[in-house]
Structures are given as C-alpha cells and as structure tokens.
Design a protein around this ligand. Structure first.
Ligand code: GUN
Length: 295
C-alpha cells in the first residue's frame, strides 16, 4: 500500500486565497488592512527563517507586517517594555514574540505580558484557558493548522483514537485539548505520549491518527504504525546529505519512506504541516483586525 499524500501546501494556498479576498474586500470598503507584528530577539537561524516566511505570507495576502529585531543582549525588562509599546499601538492588530528567547529571558513572563486581545499565537494563559473551555479564542497556529488540514482533507476525527507524541506548550498539549473537545474537528479519543512514556510503540500501534511532534528526526518507523493509519508529521530537521544539491535535506519526525508503505494518508516534510501553521497565523491576524474573538 502507498499512502495518499496530504498536500498541506496546496490546502494552505487555497486558504491564503480566501484570506486575500477578505482583505481585498476590507481595503475596498476603506477599512485598514490587518497588521501583524513580530518581535525577534537575537539571531536564531530557525527563528529568522520562520519570521521571513511570515513576512512573505503577509505580503502575499495584503496583511501589513512589521518585524522588530532586538539584539540577543536585550534585557527581560527591555523586551517587556517593547511588548507594552506594541500592546498600546492601535495600528497593530496582533503580534507574536518569536520563540525560543535567549536563556536570560523568562518566556512565561513575556507571554503573560502580551495583551490577550492581540495574542495571535494563542499562547497567553487567557487564550489557552478559553480554548480549554470552548470559548472563542485565538488557537495556537500549529494545532489549528493541523485540525484544519485534517478537516479539509476529509478526515473526520469523531470517535477516532488519536495518539499525539510530544507534550510541548506550542503543539502537543494544545492539540490534545483541541482534538478531544466536543467540536466539528474534535471528538477524538486522545492519548498524549512523551519522553517519559514507556514502550511508545505499544500506543502508536493503536492510533487511527498519529501525530508526531517529538522533535527527533525520523523517530516514527513503519513498525510503529497500524496499517491504514493517518500520519501527521510536525517535525522539520536539516540532515546533512552530500548528494543533495544544497548539502542537506529536510526530514520530519517520521520515516516518510517506510511509514508511507503502511499508512493510508501522510503529511510530507516539507509541504505538510509547515505551510498550514503560517496560514493559521494569517487567519488569527484577520480575526484580530475584525475583533471577532474579543468584541
Ligand atoms: N517558535 C516555533 N514555533 C513558534 C510559534 O508558533 N510562535 C512563536 N511565537 N514562536 C515559535
């Protein structure tokens, strides 16, 4: 069997067109275009890439974007002051503080300082809490991108056993909440596995839908999968490869070649979850400019 490829890039492009149409209609009606800001502290190469992709995606749909670049030596107080400034800037509808932050800055203190109304990452405890009890909230971009990807691929989660590997605050934990909630993309039975789980394969083999967000290259192998399972790969890693044009290739948390022989559907890396994460942020920014979460 060879799995169907879930084309995140194509689905993301379709959503981008929907957002671009809405933004164009706002501009036609003389309403200000949505405005997303990003604060980037230091020069982590992966963060630089993410922020550049976000800027490019904003421009493609007509969303205004501003990036504030601060040196790695920025103090926690200076960053908090910057957040206060952006919180109070009426021109900016929503913003993110790119993670990870330098070691000397407490990320929780930073996240708590963001005005929940502008927290388009959905990381503030108020948005996480609202999500948990089913109130309108900004949904974190990667979990939201994954549920949207499954929904638009016709994969119904109702009553399915979904195994999530990885319990990060950004992906695994919020995703496990979203998938188990009573909603049109939820109603799954969720098992959350992590680094302390004993015999992970005994759980993954039971998954109708397996979501790998563990952060280890090609961790999930073919013998860990139930035949016909749907596999979603959240990881992205650069692996040195002398034969590749650029000297490296990108792989996910899943051994794509082996697993695609057993699964019924699988997301590729790149071109699966990644593009969906970015459009989720665009979606949240549009929501912020329309004040649709917090009236
Ligand atoms: N770093 C990795 N993913 C994310 C994300 O979704 N938002 C922010 N702010 N930082 C990240």
């Amino acid at each position: 069997m060879s799995a169907k490829i879930i084309d995140g890039k194509a689905i993301a492009e379709k959503i981008k067109k929907e957002i671009a149409l809405e933004v164009a209609a706002m501009i036609d009606a003389d309403v200000k275009a949505p405005h997303l800001a990003a604060i980037l502290v230091g020069n982590d190469p992966a963060s630089e890439t993410y922020v550049a992709s976000k800027e490019k995606a904003c421009h493609a749909v007509g969303i205004t974007s501003t990036t504030y670049r601060l040196p790695a030596s920025t103090t926690e107080q200076e960053l908090l002051d910057m957040i206060d400034f952006v919180n109070n800037d009426d021109e900016i509808d929503g913003f993110i503080v790119q993670l990870p932050l330098p070691e000397h800055i407490d990320p929780n203190k930073v996240i708590e300082r963001i005005d929940p109304v502008k927290d388009v990452d959905g990381f503030h405890p108020k948005n996480i809490g609202r999500m948990q009890i089913g109130m309108p909230s900004y949904l974190p971009a990667t979990p939201f991108g994954i549920v949207e990807l499954l929904k638009r691929s016709g994969i119904n989660m109702d009553g399915k056993h979904c195994v999530v590997i990885g319990r990060s605050n950004i992906v695994g934990t919020p995703l496990s909440i979203l998938l188990s909630r009573k909603s049109d993309y939820g109603n799954a039975t969720v098992t959350l596995c992590h680094s302390r789980t004993k015999d992970i394969a005994s759980y993954t083999k039971q998954a109708d839908v397996l979501i790998a967000a563990i952060g280890q290259p090609e961790f999930v192998k073919a013998n860990m999968i139930k035949p016909g399972a749907v596999v979603v790969d959240v990881g992205i890693h650069r692996i040195d490869d002398a034969e590749a044009l650029k000297g490296y290739r990108l792989v996910g948390d899943v051994d794509f070649k082996g697993v695609s022989e057993i699964a019924s559907a699988i997301t590729p890396v790149p071109g699966g979850v990644g593009p969906m994460t970015i459009v989720s942020l665009l979606h949240n920014t549009l929501q912020a400019s329309k004040k649709s979460i917090y009236q």
